[in-house]
Design a protein around this ligand. Structure first.
Ligand SMILES: NC(=O)c1ccc[n+]([C@@H]2O[C@H](COP(=O)([O-])OP(=O)(O)OC[C@H]3O[C@@H](n4cnc5c(N)ncnc54)[C@H](OP(=O)(O)O)[C@@H]3O)[C@@H](O)[C@H]2O)c1
Length: 327
């Protein structure tokens, strides 16, 4: 395992971060605990969650209900301090007008609820889940800054922000002497490389930590899907994950075949290849792995230090030409 400083801070995080979106939603508490145990035993010291993760998020209950944080809180009893714990706020947690977004009211209410569910009195990294165009960013930053001073959170980060949105927030933080976002959490994988245009160069230039989600394109880069009519049972597509089918294009299936050949030629499996590619991007601090089985952790750990062979990046780019059709 490799450990890196998160952004410009002194906080050390493993280059694999345990993503927990599946906990309490597609996998039960017992299976989730086994994955947390395996991650910690293998040197992963970084866990990412969100108040939103868990049941709900469907037509019947179109908001988050917090089960994922509850599972993590209970699993970390007695070992909370071994982990850098990141969670998020901003997505819908109820049907009321103030039950989502980045207003002071919503943030102050949700941080206390997250602390209760996580059974802790501090959150290491508190991230805003996505930009809120309806709330002045100054209001959000003042609320987050207050929470740092109250000791409820230690660092602040953002997720799904464009480079200009972070730059705007940083400018306001500097002017008003408020806490600054130290990291961003974008989607990044071999099928979806948009952030190479602006966000990654911006983060390298400004020393912003980059925590990438969906490094396996929600499982498509494991090669388990051959086409729309061939969905393995127990997979995320079989569970009906809304976003996964955006990846099911002819171009992506072709690319997956090309990457599989490169992986085999280099003696690792396709999932490991896709993860190692992300980990070898200089701007990336940590990759969020969305394990749904313990074996996904062991697969990932085997490539956390994998030395990327000379010339292989060029082979990858010759397949891809950096063209994207996701989003
Ligand atoms: N900030 C945001 O807006 C945002 C959005 C999405 C995710 N996230 C975070 O990022 C984390 C990771 O995202 P993700 O779950 O989409 O990541 P991912 O790593 O792209 O996808 C995870 C899925 O890939 C499959 N998989 C993983 N390792 C495998 C292996 N070794 N062999 C075969 N299949 C493997 C599993 O699919 P099956 O379960 O089908 O087997 C697993 O559920 C989330 O848990 C969450 O913490 C954040």
């Amino acid at each position: 395992m490799q450990y890196k400083n998160l952004g410009k801070t002194g906080l050390k995080v493993s280059n694999l971060c345990l993503g927990t979106m599946a906990f309490g939603r597609w996998i039960d508490e017992q299976a989730s605990r086994a994955i947390i145990d395996a991650a910690l035993e293998n040197g992963i010291n970084f866990i990412d969650t969100a108040n939103y993760y868990g049941k709900g998020q469907d037509a019947e209950i179109p908001y988050g209900t917090g089960e994922c944080e509850e599972i993590i809180g209970s699993a970390l009893k007695g070992r909370r301090d071994q982990v850098v714990l990141a969670t998020k706020v901003g997505l819908s947690m109820g049907s009321g007008k103030n039950d989502s977004g980045l207003s002071r009211t919503h943030i102050m209410r949700e941080v206390d609820r997250s602390l209760l569910r996580l059974q802790t009195d501090y959150i290491d990294l508190y991230q805003v889940h996505r930009f809120d165009p309806l709330t002045p960013i100054e209001e959000t930053l003042r609320a987050l800054d207050d929470l740092v001073h109250q000791g409820k959170i230690r660092y602040i980060g953002c997720s799904n922000f464009a480079a200009w949105q972070i730059a705007k927030a940083h400018g306001i933080s500097e002017k008003l002497n408020l806490e600054k976002f130290i990291s961003v959490q974008p989607q990044y994988n071999l099928l979806s490389r948009e952030i190479e245009q602006e966000l990654l160069p911006f983060c390298e230039s400004e020393g912003v930590g980059v925590l990438v989600y969906s490094p396996l394109a929600r499982g498509v880069l494991s090669g388990k899907y051959k086409n729309l009519d061939d969905i393995p049972p127990e997979s995320r597509a079989a569970h009906g994950e809304r976003l996964i089918k955006n990846y099911f294009t002819e171009r992506n299936f072709q690319l997956v075949n090309g990457y599989r050949a490169l992986a085999e030629a280099n003696g690792i499996n396709l999932s490991q290849f896709a993860l190692a590619w992300v980990l070898n991007q200089p701007a990336v601090t940590s990759a969020l792995i969305g394990a749904s089985k313990v074996s996904h952790i062991t697969d990932a750990v085997q490539v956390s230090n994998w030395k990327w062979p000379e010339g292989l990046m060029e082979q990858v780019d010759s397949l891809n030409l950096k063209k994207v059709d996701f989003y």
